[in-house]
Design a protein around this ligand. Sequence first.
Ligand code: GLU
Length: 427
Amino acid sequence: MSEQESSLYEEALKPLKKAAAVLNLEPDIIEALSSPERILIVSIPIKMDDGKIRVFTGYRVQHNTARGPAKGGIRYHPGVCLDEVKSLAFWMSVKNGVVGVPYGGGKGGITCDPKEMSQGELERLTRGYAAAIAKFVGPDQDVPAPDVGTNAQIMGWFADEYYKIAGKYVPGVITAKPLGIGGSRGRGTATGRGAFFATLEAAKTFKIPLKGTRVSIQGYGNVARPIAKYLYELGCKIVAVSDSVGGAYNPEGMHPIKLADFKTKTRSVKGFPGSKEINTIDPITVDCDVLIPAALENQITEKNANDVKAKLIVEEANGPTTPEADKILYEKDVVIVPDVLANAGGVTVSYFEWVQNRMGYYWSDEEVDEKLKQVMTKAFKDVYQTAKQHQIETSFTMQPLQMDMRTAAYVTAVKKIVDAMQALGRV
Ligand code: GLU
């Protein structure tokens, strides 16, 4: 494992250590929380379209199952490695605790470039992966879902392969399936919708007006597009967006649907009519009021945190801000709605899907949306109350909060996880 790989999980554990200090947790409990329960690494040989065999590496990490089955997405990306999947699985345990869905945390991934693969290759890869981990997943064991580079169709293939192996129809094995095979209404836009509700609460709480507000978004995929649309409808201006190819900046604002259509046609937002070309990373530091990192981890670092102009950051990506950047931003009075809260709408509607699958009874768009709003609003309020109540020792006290929102979210979640581990007699 390279030095860079080994450090991501260590960095991911830093907010846990801060929360553990607030909660006065013993070192053995911190060690238990830092140790994933199960790590699977599988080799998946696939016949490519040119007839050659290629072997892909797949992972599934079940971080903690004290509060319920492991739950979390599957990522297809060239950067997938064990350390990343471990970090993502850990973040899922925390996220599921923050919103209170009855799950532990898990995550999977395959090191591959889905953009370079045909549909047939992706289907064979997905079926191979499902077969390789089938014994360890199930509605009461571990429930995957999409993440970066995966979508509803991939969930459908995974489900089908699992049904064949299990010999029965068990739709609760995976979530964010297509609607016709037990997917939930509202799941496709759930992460963006949940982040939107969190943004509304943050704006209200921290008195940030949203009308005319300039929003900058890094990433323009499945999770970024819905929030861009909802904020635009509210009167916000989308001044910057980017993707892995490049970015577009226009201080007058850009239309979110036209941006999405342009990206679908050309594969990037770069070159969007009327915009100035910027780089993938530039939305982090452009002049704006609200920043939404919605791509990958480690985008806001000690190198660029000082140049962030936004007053509010809503983390749609997992792990976009490093602990060093967190400290700089806190000192600058920037409020962060952390990933484990801001992007929890996805897993929340996944939970609704799993419940509907188990009941065999399906809810309307309105019902899903109302329930999601309730969960996100309550989670935000819980975290905010924790941030206000707990005194934490810091060298900087400029913020109105006694504690940053990330630490508060971890305190909220870690308490629930430790309570469950103790009730089970595991610690
Ligand atoms: N991959 C998403 C996340 O990071 C969704 C997980 C799920 O729905 O289980 O939260």
